[in-house]
Design a protein around this ligand. Sequence first.
Ligand SMILES: Cc1cc2nc3c(=O)[nH]c(=O)nc-3n(C[C@H](O)[C@H](O)[C@H](O)COP(=O)(O)OP(=O)(O)OC[C@H]3O[C@@H](n4cnc5c(N)ncnc54)[C@H](O)[C@@H]3O)c2cc1C
Length: 264
Amino acid sequence: MYAFAYQKPATVAEAVKLLSADPEAKALAGGMTYIPVLKQRLARPSAVVDLSGLGLAGIGVSGGVVTIGAMTTHAAVAASAEVRRAIPALAALAGGIGDNEVRHRGTIGGSLANDDPTADYPAAVLALGATLRTDRRTIAADGYFQGMFTTALEPGEIITAVAFPVPEKAGYAKFPNPASRYAMVGVFVARGPQGVRVAVTGAGQGGVFRHTAMEKALEKSWSADALAGVATPAEGLNADLHGSAEYRAHLVGVMARRALAAAG
Ligand SMILES: Cc1cc2nc3c(=O)[nH]c(=O)nc-3n(C[C@H](O)[C@H](O)[C@H](O)COP(=O)(O)OP(=O)(O)OC[C@H]3O[C@@H](n4cnc5c(N)ncnc54)[C@H](O)[C@@H]3O)c2cc1C
């Protein structure tokens, strides 16, 4: 690691002030992605601003919306009785992220700010039509994800919470990378206040995307049969050591049917 100053503000306003005063300063949440980057000397921040003192962890359900504080760990989301009751698919997704150590440190805010193209949470945020709250605005899911590792966040902007409308039905299925458990392909299906939405993570070269052909088919009939005739083009999908684009296209169909079965 290169040397950097460590700051631990007590309020969001203070954190924003530190980050906007110095464009080389960087926020730190659970550190599960950022600390390995620092250790490999892939980043050289002048300062690291620790977000753990801002009181941004916690889960609440009201008015048909599940609100999760940005500093809430994956393990807390997975274990939450409220999330398990309101959106069991979201609790199950969080329970499948990485391993125990990663789940007890990594946070929903860190995952969404990082926007890894193989991360799990982006599929839930997009399929459930969630809203991201930051220190300065709210951002709808459809306008948030802008390519791999690229989001609508401005420099120094802090995610404070994520609000998920409770769906009528939702399910998630992931084909994990055997080593890291990141999604080679993950599909989240939901039927809720915004209609039927299907989001695919892990497969797209541009990160998470909505599968509109599957959405149309499931709008007509919420059944595995409805998906039978829906193809996923291999063009634009990732191809690597773990699988070809054609193989991922095939997996999208398999995971979508499994997610639908999980949704009931
Ligand atoms: C071995 C391993 C396996 C993993 N497997 C999976 C997996 O299966 N699925 C999966 O989805 N993820 C997986 N992850 C990633 C994990 O979910 C991380 O927790 C997540 O990517 C980053 O969250 P964090 O809280 O650790 O953030 P950090 O590493 O602290 O930060 C990540 C980035 O986000 C920024 N940031 C953090 N919080 C905020 C905020 N509130 N507002 C604005 N910017 C912010 C930081 O500046 C940094 O750039 C894995 C990680 C490891 C190490």
